[in-house]
Design a protein around this ligand. Structure first.
Ligand SMILES: [Zn+2]
Ligand SMILES: [Zn+2]
Length: 182
């Protein structure tokens, strides 16, 4: 029996760990990026830019009918990659399905594959009635030739850790706000 976990398992469990660093009230999203030759080149989670107050400390702008000022996890993970060349054909692991903007950004930097750990359902608060079209995001990836896969934990270890992550995430979000990730 092969007791090594797969690269997909290792990278997604890394993304899950970073998701729990998120300072958002509504979503805990973590990402990890493996280059085409499987080097871990980037990690990130959703949150406001450096120097700006966190949504959990200062009240998210969504609650005033504006857009949340947190950068998405995908965006932050890509931002933190030092060598942009390594993004070409890289795989981005994200705990939550990417939005349209992050999908477009994935195309721009040349990613080859995206693996998503869960479905995205946009949270609308107050008079914020924008609809983020996830089907459009999927279409962007398809048209650009970026492979998209839903994460399927392979090893028993990853199955257990995924369940543990989902439980812990739900507990954290229940303590913060009315979240669709529950
Ligand atoms: Zn926010
Ligand atoms: Zn996004």
């Amino acid at each position: 029996m092969d007791d090594r976990i797969s690269r997909d398992d290792a990278a997604m469990l890394t993304a899950f760990a970073w998701a729990l660093r998120s300072s958002c009230r509504y979503y805990l999203v973590g990402c990890a990026i493996l280059s085409a030759d499987y080097e871990l080149i980037g990690q990130g989670y959703n949150g406001t830019p450096h120097g700006m107050p966190n949504c959990i400390d200062a009240n998210c702008a969504k609650r005033r009918g504006n857009r949340c000022e947190g950068l998405h996890g995908e965006r932050n993970a890509i931002y933190h990659v030092h060598d942009r060349q390594k993004l070409v054909k890289a795989t981005l692991y994200t705990s939550l399905q990417p939005c349209v903007e992050c999908s477009l950004f994935a195309v721009q930097v040349g990613l080859g594959r995206i693996v998503a750990g869960g479905r995205y359902l946009r949270q609308s608060v107050g008079d914020d009635d924008r609809v983020d079209d996830i089907e459009q995001a999927m279409s962007v990836l398809e048209r650009a030739g970026i492979q998209f896969d839903w994460y399927q934990p392979e090893s028993q270890y990853a199955i257990d850790q995924t369940a543990h992550f989902m439980q812990y995430r739900a507990m954290v979000l229940a303590g913060r706000a009315d979240s669709p990730e529950l």
